[in-house]
Design a binder for this molecule. Structure first.
Ligand code: ADP
Ligand code: MG
Length: 386
Protein backbone atom coordinates (compact mmCIF):
# COMPACT_ATOMS: atom_id res chain seq x y z
CA UNK A 1 0.00 0.00 0.00
CA UNK A 2 1.63 3.23 -1.19
CA UNK A 3 0.48 6.36 0.60
CA UNK A 4 0.79 9.91 -0.67
CA UNK A 5 3.72 11.56 1.10
CA UNK A 6 4.38 15.27 1.44
CA UNK A 7 7.55 17.00 0.44
CA UNK A 8 8.96 20.13 2.02
CA UNK A 9 7.35 22.24 -0.72
CA UNK A 10 3.92 20.82 0.05
CA UNK A 11 3.93 22.19 3.60
CA UNK A 12 6.41 25.10 3.66
CA UNK A 13 4.66 28.39 4.45
CA UNK A 14 1.34 26.58 4.89
CA UNK A 15 -1.19 25.96 7.64
CA UNK A 16 -1.31 22.20 8.23
CA UNK A 17 -4.31 20.41 9.69
CA UNK A 18 -2.73 17.37 11.37
CA UNK A 19 -4.86 14.37 12.40
CA UNK A 20 -3.12 12.46 15.21
CA UNK A 21 -3.62 9.43 17.47
CA UNK A 22 -4.47 11.28 20.66
CA UNK A 23 -6.54 8.54 22.25
CA UNK A 24 -4.38 7.83 25.30
CA UNK A 25 -5.08 6.80 28.87
CA UNK A 26 -5.15 9.48 31.59
CA UNK A 27 -4.05 8.52 35.14
CA UNK A 28 -5.83 9.17 38.47
CA UNK A 29 -4.16 12.59 38.72
CA UNK A 30 -5.80 13.48 35.41
CA UNK A 31 -2.48 13.41 33.57
CA UNK A 32 -0.96 11.49 30.69
CA UNK A 33 2.14 9.92 32.20
CA UNK A 34 5.19 8.16 30.75
CA UNK A 35 3.35 4.82 30.85
CA UNK A 36 0.75 5.89 28.32
CA UNK A 37 2.43 8.27 25.94
CA UNK A 38 3.94 6.19 23.14
CA UNK A 39 1.31 7.46 20.69
CA UNK A 40 2.19 11.02 21.66
CA UNK A 41 5.93 10.38 21.36
CA UNK A 42 5.38 9.24 17.79
CA UNK A 43 3.17 12.29 17.14
CA UNK A 44 5.73 14.87 18.24
CA UNK A 45 8.24 13.48 15.76
CA UNK A 46 5.79 14.35 12.98
CA UNK A 47 5.02 17.78 14.44
CA UNK A 48 8.74 18.51 14.62
CA UNK A 49 9.25 17.45 11.01
CA UNK A 50 6.43 19.71 9.81
CA UNK A 51 7.90 22.64 11.74
CA UNK A 52 11.35 21.93 10.30
CA UNK A 53 9.79 21.85 6.83
CA UNK A 54 8.52 25.38 7.42
CA UNK A 55 4.82 24.88 8.21
CA UNK A 56 3.62 28.25 9.53
CA UNK A 57 0.88 26.86 11.69
CA UNK A 58 -0.09 23.34 12.73
CA UNK A 59 -3.64 22.62 13.81
CA UNK A 60 -3.62 19.36 15.77
CA UNK A 61 -6.77 17.29 15.98
CA UNK A 62 -7.90 13.85 17.12
CA UNK A 63 -10.25 12.08 19.47
CA UNK A 64 -10.08 10.66 22.97
CA UNK A 65 -12.39 7.97 24.37
CA UNK A 66 -15.97 7.45 23.32
CA UNK A 67 -17.88 10.59 24.37
CA UNK A 68 -21.48 11.32 23.50
CA UNK A 69 -21.83 14.40 21.33
CA UNK A 70 -21.34 17.63 23.29
CA UNK A 71 -18.50 19.02 25.38
CA UNK A 72 -17.37 16.74 28.19
CA UNK A 73 -14.65 17.94 30.56
CA UNK A 74 -13.67 14.35 31.46
CA UNK A 75 -12.70 13.58 27.88
CA UNK A 76 -11.12 16.92 27.06
CA UNK A 77 -7.80 16.83 25.22
CA UNK A 78 -6.34 19.18 27.82
CA UNK A 79 -4.12 16.53 29.52
CA UNK A 80 -3.01 15.33 26.08
CA UNK A 81 -2.06 18.88 25.14
CA UNK A 82 0.08 19.21 28.29
CA UNK A 83 1.91 15.97 27.61
CA UNK A 84 2.52 16.94 23.98
CA UNK A 85 3.98 20.25 25.14
CA UNK A 86 6.28 18.37 27.50
CA UNK A 87 7.41 15.97 24.76
CA UNK A 88 7.85 18.77 22.22
CA UNK A 89 9.98 20.61 24.75
CA UNK A 90 12.29 17.60 24.89
CA UNK A 91 12.76 18.02 21.12
CA UNK A 92 13.60 21.67 21.57
CA UNK A 93 10.18 23.09 20.65
CA UNK A 94 9.32 25.49 23.46
CA UNK A 95 5.99 26.74 22.19
CA UNK A 96 2.71 26.14 23.98
CA UNK A 97 -0.32 24.66 22.25
CA UNK A 98 -3.44 26.80 22.03
CA UNK A 99 -6.44 24.52 22.78
CA UNK A 100 -9.63 25.62 21.03
CA UNK A 101 -12.98 24.39 22.38
CA UNK A 102 -15.06 25.12 19.33
CA UNK A 103 -14.31 23.72 15.88
CA UNK A 104 -16.62 26.32 14.35
CA UNK A 105 -14.65 29.25 15.82
CA UNK A 106 -12.92 31.66 13.47
CA UNK A 107 -9.45 30.28 12.71
CA UNK A 108 -8.10 33.86 12.66
CA UNK A 109 -9.12 34.17 16.31
CA UNK A 110 -6.73 31.39 17.36
CA UNK A 111 -3.19 32.74 17.71
CA UNK A 112 -0.06 30.65 18.00
CA UNK A 113 1.97 28.39 15.75
CA UNK A 114 0.54 25.31 17.46
CA UNK A 115 -3.23 25.04 17.84
CA UNK A 116 -5.26 22.04 18.96
CA UNK A 117 -8.95 21.43 18.33
CA UNK A 118 -10.91 19.80 21.16
CA UNK A 119 -11.89 16.11 21.04
CA UNK A 120 -13.42 15.69 17.58
CA UNK A 121 -15.95 13.20 18.92
CA UNK A 122 -17.64 16.03 20.81
CA UNK A 123 -19.24 16.66 17.38
CA UNK A 124 -21.55 14.01 15.90
CA UNK A 125 -20.25 14.78 12.41
CA UNK A 126 -16.92 13.13 13.21
CA UNK A 127 -18.24 9.58 13.55
CA UNK A 128 -20.71 10.10 10.68
CA UNK A 129 -18.00 11.05 8.20
CA UNK A 130 -20.11 14.16 7.69
CA UNK A 131 -19.06 16.43 4.84
CA UNK A 132 -20.28 19.60 6.51
CA UNK A 133 -18.26 18.84 9.61
CA UNK A 134 -15.25 18.16 7.40
CA UNK A 135 -15.78 21.52 5.69
CA UNK A 136 -15.73 23.16 9.11
CA UNK A 137 -12.48 21.36 9.93
CA UNK A 138 -11.07 22.20 6.53
CA UNK A 139 -11.27 25.95 7.24
CA UNK A 140 -8.39 25.52 9.70
CA UNK A 141 -5.69 24.40 7.28
CA UNK A 142 -4.44 24.62 3.72
CA UNK A 143 -3.16 21.05 3.63
CA UNK A 144 -4.18 17.99 5.60
CA UNK A 145 -1.79 15.42 7.04
CA UNK A 146 -3.03 12.15 8.52
CA UNK A 147 -0.72 10.60 11.10
CA UNK A 148 -3.34 8.58 12.97
CA UNK A 149 -2.61 4.95 12.14
CA UNK A 150 -4.52 3.86 15.27
CA UNK A 151 -7.73 5.26 13.79
CA UNK A 152 -7.22 4.15 10.21
CA UNK A 153 -9.69 1.24 10.39
CA UNK A 154 -12.44 3.85 10.88
CA UNK A 155 -13.99 6.14 8.31
CA UNK A 156 -14.41 9.25 10.46
CA UNK A 157 -14.78 12.74 8.98
CA UNK A 158 -11.29 13.74 10.10
CA UNK A 159 -9.89 10.71 8.26
CA UNK A 160 -11.95 10.44 5.09
CA UNK A 161 -14.29 13.36 4.31
CA UNK A 162 -11.57 15.89 5.09
CA UNK A 163 -9.23 14.30 2.55
CA UNK A 164 -11.64 15.33 -0.22
CA UNK A 165 -11.58 18.94 0.94
CA UNK A 166 -7.88 19.67 1.42
CA UNK A 167 -4.80 18.29 -0.36
CA UNK A 168 -4.17 15.17 1.75
CA UNK A 169 -0.95 13.42 2.75
CA UNK A 170 0.17 10.65 5.08
CA UNK A 171 2.40 11.56 8.03
CA UNK A 172 5.71 10.12 9.15
CA UNK A 173 4.41 7.72 11.79
CA UNK A 174 1.56 6.44 9.62
CA UNK A 175 3.94 5.73 6.75
CA UNK A 176 6.31 3.97 9.10
CA UNK A 177 3.51 1.80 10.52
CA UNK A 178 2.44 0.67 7.05
CA UNK A 179 6.03 0.06 6.01
CA UNK A 180 6.88 -2.03 9.09
CA UNK A 181 3.65 -4.05 9.12
CA UNK A 182 3.83 -4.70 5.37
CA UNK A 183 7.42 -5.88 5.72
CA UNK A 184 6.25 -8.14 8.53
CA UNK A 185 3.51 -9.69 6.42
CA UNK A 186 5.75 -10.10 3.36
CA UNK A 187 8.73 -11.72 5.09
CA UNK A 188 7.43 -14.01 7.76
CA UNK A 189 10.02 -16.56 8.78
CA UNK A 190 8.61 -19.87 10.05
CA UNK A 191 7.75 -21.19 12.51
CA UNK A 192 5.39 -18.30 13.18
CA UNK A 193 3.71 -18.11 16.59
CA UNK A 194 0.91 -15.67 17.39
CA UNK A 195 -0.07 -14.98 20.98
CA UNK A 196 -3.47 -13.39 21.42
CA UNK A 197 -5.14 -12.37 24.66
CA UNK A 198 -7.23 -9.56 26.07
CA UNK A 199 -10.94 -9.30 25.45
CA UNK A 200 -13.01 -8.04 22.49
CA UNK A 201 -12.99 -11.27 20.49
CA UNK A 202 -14.93 -9.54 17.72
CA UNK A 203 -11.89 -7.46 16.75
CA UNK A 204 -9.68 -10.55 16.73
CA UNK A 205 -11.76 -13.03 14.72
CA UNK A 206 -10.59 -11.86 11.25
CA UNK A 207 -6.97 -12.06 12.39
CA UNK A 208 -7.43 -15.54 13.86
CA UNK A 209 -8.94 -16.69 10.55
CA UNK A 210 -5.98 -15.29 8.65
CA UNK A 211 -3.50 -16.80 11.14
CA UNK A 212 -5.00 -20.24 10.56
CA UNK A 213 -3.54 -20.10 7.06
CA UNK A 214 -0.23 -18.45 7.92
CA UNK A 215 0.84 -19.19 11.50
CA UNK A 216 2.19 -22.43 12.93
CA UNK A 217 0.90 -21.91 16.47
CA UNK A 218 -1.90 -19.67 17.75
CA UNK A 219 -1.63 -19.33 21.53
CA UNK A 220 -4.72 -17.90 23.14
CA UNK A 221 -5.02 -16.51 26.69
CA UNK A 222 -6.96 -13.79 28.49
CA UNK A 223 -10.71 -13.38 28.36
CA UNK A 224 -10.47 -14.38 24.68
CA UNK A 225 -9.52 -17.88 25.84
CA UNK A 226 -12.42 -17.94 28.32
CA UNK A 227 -14.84 -17.43 25.44
CA UNK A 228 -13.19 -20.19 23.38
CA UNK A 229 -13.15 -22.59 26.34
CA UNK A 230 -16.76 -21.89 27.29
CA UNK A 231 -17.82 -22.33 23.67
CA UNK A 232 -16.24 -25.79 23.77
CA UNK A 233 -18.34 -26.62 26.82
CA UNK A 234 -15.69 -26.15 29.51
CA UNK A 235 -16.96 -24.57 32.73
CA UNK A 236 -15.30 -21.18 33.29
CA UNK A 237 -17.51 -20.21 36.24
CA UNK A 238 -17.89 -16.46 36.73
CA UNK A 239 -15.08 -15.56 34.31
CA UNK A 240 -15.45 -12.85 31.70
CA UNK A 241 -16.82 -14.33 28.47
CA UNK A 242 -18.48 -12.91 25.36
CA UNK A 243 -21.48 -15.17 24.93
CA UNK A 244 -22.60 -13.61 21.63
CA UNK A 245 -19.51 -15.11 20.01
CA UNK A 246 -19.81 -18.69 21.27
CA UNK A 247 -21.09 -19.98 17.94
CA UNK A 248 -18.16 -18.47 16.02
CA UNK A 249 -15.66 -19.41 18.74
CA UNK A 250 -16.82 -23.01 18.48
CA UNK A 251 -15.67 -23.18 14.86
CA UNK A 252 -12.04 -22.57 15.84
CA UNK A 253 -11.04 -26.18 16.34
CA UNK A 254 -7.78 -26.26 14.37
CA UNK A 255 -4.94 -28.13 16.05
CA UNK A 256 -2.75 -25.00 15.69
CA UNK A 257 -4.88 -23.28 18.32
CA UNK A 258 -3.65 -23.77 21.87
CA UNK A 259 -5.93 -22.84 24.75
CA UNK A 260 -5.01 -22.65 28.46
CA UNK A 261 -4.68 -25.96 30.29
CA UNK A 262 -4.68 -24.33 33.73
CA UNK A 263 -5.69 -21.00 35.27
CA UNK A 264 -5.08 -18.65 38.22
CA UNK A 265 -8.32 -18.10 40.15
CA UNK A 266 -9.37 -15.14 42.29
CA UNK A 267 -8.31 -16.82 45.55
CA UNK A 268 -4.79 -17.12 44.14
CA UNK A 269 -5.01 -20.88 43.61
CA UNK A 270 -4.13 -22.62 40.35
CA UNK A 271 -6.75 -24.89 38.86
CA UNK A 272 -6.66 -27.41 36.08
CA UNK A 273 -8.80 -25.94 33.30
CA UNK A 274 -11.23 -28.85 33.54
CA UNK A 275 -11.88 -28.37 37.26
CA UNK A 276 -12.98 -24.75 37.44
CA UNK A 277 -16.05 -24.39 39.73
CA UNK A 278 -19.16 -22.40 38.98
CA UNK A 279 -18.16 -19.74 41.58
CA UNK A 280 -14.57 -19.39 40.30
CA UNK A 281 -13.12 -16.51 38.29
CA UNK A 282 -10.24 -17.03 35.87
CA UNK A 283 -7.86 -14.05 36.15
CA UNK A 284 -4.74 -15.36 34.42
CA UNK A 285 -3.22 -18.31 32.61
CA UNK A 286 -1.62 -20.85 34.96
CA UNK A 287 2.06 -21.91 35.04
CA UNK A 288 1.57 -25.06 32.98
CA UNK A 289 -0.08 -23.01 30.24
CA UNK A 290 2.76 -20.49 30.39
CA UNK A 291 5.29 -23.33 30.06
CA UNK A 292 3.44 -24.72 27.02
CA UNK A 293 3.23 -21.29 25.37
CA UNK A 294 6.90 -20.58 26.12
CA UNK A 295 7.89 -23.81 24.40
CA UNK A 296 6.12 -22.65 21.22
CA UNK A 297 7.63 -19.17 21.55
CA UNK A 298 11.15 -20.58 21.93
CA UNK A 299 10.75 -22.55 18.70
CA UNK A 300 9.36 -19.62 16.69
CA UNK A 301 11.27 -17.34 14.31
CA UNK A 302 8.42 -14.84 14.03
CA UNK A 303 6.23 -13.84 16.98
CA UNK A 304 3.17 -11.61 17.08
CA UNK A 305 1.69 -10.59 20.42
CA UNK A 306 -1.55 -8.72 21.15
CA UNK A 307 -3.58 -8.72 24.34
CA UNK A 308 -2.65 -9.54 27.95
CA UNK A 309 -2.87 -13.17 29.12
CA UNK A 310 -4.95 -12.13 32.14
CA UNK A 311 -6.58 -9.24 33.93
CA UNK A 312 -3.27 -7.40 34.00
CA UNK A 313 -4.52 -4.25 35.79
CA UNK A 314 -4.89 -6.42 38.90
CA UNK A 315 -1.50 -7.28 40.44
CA UNK A 316 -2.74 -10.80 41.27
CA UNK A 317 -3.09 -11.62 37.60
CA UNK A 318 0.15 -10.35 36.05
CA UNK A 319 2.44 -13.38 36.23
CA UNK A 320 1.24 -15.05 33.03
CA UNK A 321 1.67 -11.96 30.86
CA UNK A 322 5.05 -11.13 32.43
CA UNK A 323 6.26 -14.67 31.76
CA UNK A 324 5.15 -14.65 28.14
CA UNK A 325 6.57 -11.19 27.45
CA UNK A 326 9.90 -12.25 28.98
CA UNK A 327 9.99 -15.29 26.69
CA UNK A 328 9.23 -13.14 23.63
CA UNK A 329 11.87 -10.54 24.42
CA UNK A 330 14.52 -13.22 25.08
CA UNK A 331 13.87 -14.81 21.72
CA UNK A 332 15.99 -14.08 18.62
CA UNK A 333 12.83 -14.12 16.50
CA UNK A 334 11.32 -11.17 14.62
CA UNK A 335 8.76 -9.76 17.03
CA UNK A 336 5.80 -7.46 16.53
CA UNK A 337 3.30 -6.19 19.06
CA UNK A 338 0.73 -3.47 19.52
CA UNK A 339 -2.67 -2.53 20.89
CA UNK A 340 -4.14 -0.26 23.51
CA UNK A 341 -3.82 -2.29 26.69
CA UNK A 342 -0.90 -4.18 25.19
CA UNK A 343 1.06 -0.93 24.80
CA UNK A 344 0.42 -0.16 28.47
CA UNK A 345 1.86 -3.54 29.46
CA UNK A 346 4.88 -3.09 27.17
CA UNK A 347 5.57 0.34 28.61
CA UNK A 348 5.12 -0.81 32.19
CA UNK A 349 7.53 -3.71 31.64
CA UNK A 350 9.90 -1.35 29.79
CA UNK A 351 10.36 -3.65 26.79
CA UNK A 352 9.25 -1.53 23.82
CA UNK A 353 12.81 -1.39 22.48
CA UNK A 354 13.16 -5.16 22.70
CA UNK A 355 10.59 -5.75 19.95
CA UNK A 356 11.42 -5.53 16.25
CA UNK A 357 8.38 -3.23 15.93
CA UNK A 358 5.67 -1.95 18.24
CA UNK A 359 2.57 -0.59 16.53
CA UNK A 360 0.49 2.15 18.15
CA UNK A 361 -2.60 0.64 16.57
CA UNK A 362 -4.94 -1.70 18.42
CA UNK A 363 -7.95 -2.44 16.24
CA UNK A 364 -6.12 -0.84 13.31
CA UNK A 365 -3.13 -3.16 13.63
CA UNK A 366 -5.41 -6.21 13.94
CA UNK A 367 -7.34 -5.10 10.85
CA UNK A 368 -4.22 -4.49 8.79
CA UNK A 369 -2.56 -7.76 9.80
CA UNK A 370 -5.77 -9.63 8.98
CA UNK A 371 -5.43 -8.28 5.44
CA UNK A 372 -8.68 -6.32 5.64
CA UNK A 373 -9.21 -2.92 4.04
CA UNK A 374 -8.36 0.26 5.94
CA UNK A 375 -11.23 2.68 5.22
CA UNK A 376 -9.56 5.64 6.92
CA UNK A 377 -6.62 5.45 4.52
CA UNK A 378 -8.55 5.13 1.28
CA UNK A 379 -8.14 8.77 0.34
CA UNK A 380 -4.36 8.58 0.84
CA UNK A 381 -3.62 5.48 -1.20
CA UNK A 382 -1.83 5.98 -4.49
CA UNK A 383 -3.49 3.66 -6.97
CA UNK A 384 -0.95 2.55 -9.50
CA UNK A 385 -2.30 1.15 -12.75
CA UNK A 386 -0.60 -1.87 -14.28
P1 ADP B 1 -5.73 -4.46 23.53
O1 ADP B 1 -6.25 -3.12 23.98
O2 ADP B 1 -4.26 -4.59 23.79
O3 ADP B 1 -6.09 -4.79 22.11
P2 ADP B 1 -7.99 -5.75 24.71
O4 ADP B 1 -8.63 -4.42 24.88
O5 ADP B 1 -8.57 -6.70 23.76
O6 ADP B 1 -6.43 -5.59 24.43
O7 ADP B 1 -8.00 -6.49 26.11
C1 ADP B 1 -7.42 -5.97 27.26
C2 ADP B 1 -8.31 -6.18 28.42
O8 ADP B 1 -8.61 -7.56 28.59
C3 ADP B 1 -7.69 -5.72 29.71
O9 ADP B 1 -8.52 -4.73 30.27
C4 ADP B 1 -7.67 -6.97 30.57
O10 ADP B 1 -7.97 -6.71 31.91
C5 ADP B 1 -8.75 -7.80 29.98
N1 ADP B 1 -8.58 -9.22 30.34
C6 ADP B 1 -7.66 -10.09 29.90
N2 ADP B 1 -7.82 -11.29 30.47
C7 ADP B 1 -8.86 -11.20 31.31
C8 ADP B 1 -9.53 -12.10 32.19
N3 ADP B 1 -9.13 -13.35 32.33
N4 ADP B 1 -10.59 -11.63 32.89
C9 ADP B 1 -11.00 -10.35 32.74
N5 ADP B 1 -10.41 -9.46 31.94
C10 ADP B 1 -9.36 -9.87 31.23
MG1 MG C 1 -8.10 -2.38 24.78
Amino acid sequence: MDLRQYTKQDVAGKKVLLRLDLDVEVNEQGQVDEFHDLRLERSVTTIKELLDFGAVKIILCGHRGRPQAGYNQDLSLSPVKSRLEFLLNKLGVQEKINLINDVSALPESAPGRLVMLENLRFWPGEKNNDRNFALELGRWGEVYVNDAFGNSHRSDASMLAIAKILPAYAGLSLINEIKELTRWLDNLPRPYAAILGGAKIETKIPLIKQLLTRADAILIGGALANTMLAARGINVGQSLVEEEYFSIAKTFTDAKIFLPIDAVLSDGSVSDINSVDSEDFIGDIGPRTAALFKQKIAAARAILWNGPMGKFEDARYQAGTRDIVAAITQSQAKTVSGGGDTLDVLTKLNVIDKFSFVSVGGGAMLTFLAGESMPGLEALVIHTSH
